[in-house]
Design a protein around this ligand. Structure first.
Ligand SMILES: Cc1ncc(COP(=O)(O)O)c(C=O)c1O
Length: 363
């Protein structure tokens, strides 16, 4: 592909820090980079605790467990999300209750949450879909009134902001992903971020086989080996040094796409008071047929695309649901375009021109 959907940037800085791990033989889950990476992310997000783990999915699993969610509990989350959000609830033996989303912001708000509340609701999991947080204040107010925990799946939104607070720090516990196509990457990697001392303690322990803090080889919790390696963290430290520059360039790229395609395609409406991380350039065609035609044409031209996530309820292991019409519609018409910060203006313009041709619009 001439233009892949995403490309991580690996510089001599990543190589230098990884080489330090190899030379020092600190290649497993101990070493200076883990604490350093956690410290940097905590400081950036604005929380007291950041706990590095193997990937975003296990970070979600630990967040759900630390929130005390278990069998019999229900967690409300959007039907329009990546499958890992719902699966994490299932791993804990709880029930994901899938809410529809707003047709313009593609996010779940209070309006969609309210009909899903039952006496068994224990938590709300918000998802900052494609990098943009939902309108969090009304959700947090509802959660306080009903004594619910708010888990923020910020896997896609490192660097996004909502009313001067950074993504990851918008609920009680936040989760980040550092997969290769994320704003910064560690190859595979994730992090749980929180201000809550108790949750942070439980998460640290669960990450490390439930090992007691005081007695070696005594495990007072049924834990997991979800630890991140020093090598992953070294890559993360190098990436954090460039985060602001990456975010800035991604915003410019997003603006250029919008300027050149907004006339023919619908983009995500930016929530008031929000700054998206613009993780993925995401747009909707006027109908499913146009989307297919555009994606096929772009593929032939060497431009990689991705269809939007399928509704979670369409997976065979989740109950089929009739009442998520917005999710079903968005999912059938939406697609992502190449989104990495290394794209030059002329690359974006070339991609836009091809998109317009494939859509049958004039170039
Ligand atoms: C919304 C959302 N949640 C969770 C995850 C899982 O993260 P990971 O791939 O690091 O396990 C992703 C990954 O893309 C995601 O987009």
């Amino acid at each position: 592909m001439k233009y892949p959907i995403y490309l991580p940037e690996i510089t001599t800085r990543e190589k230098e820090l990884v080489l330090e791990c190899l030379d020092s033989t600190w290649i497993s889950s101990r070493g200076r980079f883990i604490e350093e990476f956690e410290r940097r992310v905590a400081e950036y997000v604005g929380v007291r605790h950041a706990i590095a783990v193997m990937n975003g999915t296990v970070a979600l699993h630990l967040a759900v467990l630390a929130a005390g969610i278990g069998p019999g509990d229900e967690v409300i989350l959007p039907d329009f999300t990546y499958i890992a959000s719902a699966n994490a609830v299932r791993y804990a033996g709880a029930v994901p209750v899938l809410a529809d989303v707003d047709p313009e912001t593609w996010n779940m708000g209070v309006e969609q949450i309210l009909p899903c509340l039952t006496p068994r609701t224990k938590a709300i999991m918000t998802v900052d879909v494609y990098g943009m947080p939902p309108d969090m204040d009304p959700i947090l107010k509802l959660a306080r009134q009903r004594d619910l925990v708010v888990i923020e799946d910020a896997a896609e939104s490192l660097g996004a902001e909502y009313r001067n607070r950074r993504a990851g720090n918008l609920g009680n516990i936040g989760v980040l992903s550092f997969f290769g196509n994320k704003t910064i990457t560690t190859g595979e990697g994730g992090m749980v971020v929180t201000d809550d001392d108790h949750s942070a303690g439980v998460i640290r322990q669960l990450r490390n086989q439930g090992n007691s803090e005081t007695t070696r080889y005594f495990h007072d919790l049924l834990g997991f080996n979800y630890r991140m390696t020093n090598i992953q963290a070294a890559i993360g430290c190098a990436q954090m040094e460039r985060l602001n520059r990456i975010l800035e360039r991604k915003r410019e790229i997003q603006d250029l796409y919008r300027e050149n395609l907004e006339e023919w395609f619908t983009f995500q409406r930016i929530e008031e008071g929000c700054r998206s991380s613009h993780w993925m350039v995401s747009l909707m065609a006027r109908d499913a047929g146009t989307r297919e035609r555009v994606m096929l044409g772009l593929n032939r031209a060497g431009i990689e695309t991705r269809p939007f996530f399928l509704p979670v309820h369409s997976m065979p292991f989740y109950p089929s649901q009739e009442d998520s019409p917005v999710t079903v519609d968005i999912s059938s018409r939406g697609f992502n375009l190449p989104s990495y910060h290394l794209l030059r203006d002329e690359d974006v313009l070339e991609i836009c021109k091809e998109v317009r041709i494939c859509a049958g619009a004039t170039s």
